[in-house]
Ligand binder design. Structure first.
Ligand SMILES: Cc1cc2nc3c(=O)[nH]c(=O)nc-3n(C[C@H](O)[C@H](O)[C@H](O)COP(=O)(O)O)c2cc1C
Length: 197
């Protein structure tokens, strides 16, 4: 029987992004070598790719600057109080920025916003990667930019943080919510789609 996956240990404070990335890579390599069945990992990734999710851009702003990142790993946690979670790879600069800014927003993209997803996934169809000029923004009440015409936007204060494997799970307490009548962009089997009609 395999040993349970250990939570990676490193300190966010006082560590450079390069130090953190090296620590993570070393620890992940150790885990892969010691514990993770490569065939199971492949089946896990393939099966997760069959899931259909909304496409969401996480934004943050504050003392560590403004960042955006496309994520599928987003879900509701609780309505009492309004709480949600997102999972972000610690290699992404957005991860450290959210930790330091202590706030983030989730923007659920509409079906006409796949170019925004591509920009904040670092593979723009036009313009520069991660460039905020790819779309129109509104100022959220927390000072975080939120995407105009998104299906919904949730501004959150970071409530809790958990490092699991390669990712950090951010639990956010929603402090402001915007919603629209737009239809969501979907992602499954490595491609975009939308709900009919
Ligand atoms: C549809 C979609 C969903 C994604 N979901 C996540 C996610 O949940 N968490 C995450 O950290 N990165 C996610 N990514 C990846 C990031 O958006 C980004 O592409 C990646 O961090 C850039 O990696 P690179 O530096 O290797 O190019 C997703 C990308 C796409 C296109």
């Amino acid at each position: 029987m395999m040993a349970p996956t250990t939570v990676l240990e490193y300190k966010h404070e006082n560590a450079s992004a390069q130090d953190v990335a090296q620590q993570i890579e070393q620890q992940i390599a150790q885990q892969v070598a010691q514990q993770i069945d490569p065939q199971l990992r492949t089946r896990f990734v393939e099966a997760m790719g069959l899931n259909a999710t909304s496409v969401n851009v996480i934004t943050t702003a504050g003392k560590s600057g403004r960042f955006g990142l496309t994520v599928s790993a987003f879900n509701s946690v609780s309505a009492d109080p309004p709480t949600l979670l997102v999972c972000i790879n610690r290699r992404s600069p957005a991860c450290g920025a959210i930790l330091r800014n202590e706030k983030f927003a989730v923007n659920i993209l509409n079906r006409a916003q796949r170019h925004i997803s591509d920009t904040f996934a670092g593979r723009p169809t036009c313009g520069e990667a991660f460039d905020f000029s790819c779309c129109e923004w509104a100022d959220g009440i927390t000072g975080i930019p939120v995407i105009k015409d998104a299906v919904a936007s949730f501004e959150c204060q970071v409530e809790a943080v958990h490092d699991i494997g390669s990712h950090t799970v951010f639990i956010g307490r929603a402090v402001a919510v915007e919603k629209s009548d737009q239809q969501p962009l979907m992602y499954s089997r490595r491609g975009y789609s939308h709900l009919s009609p």
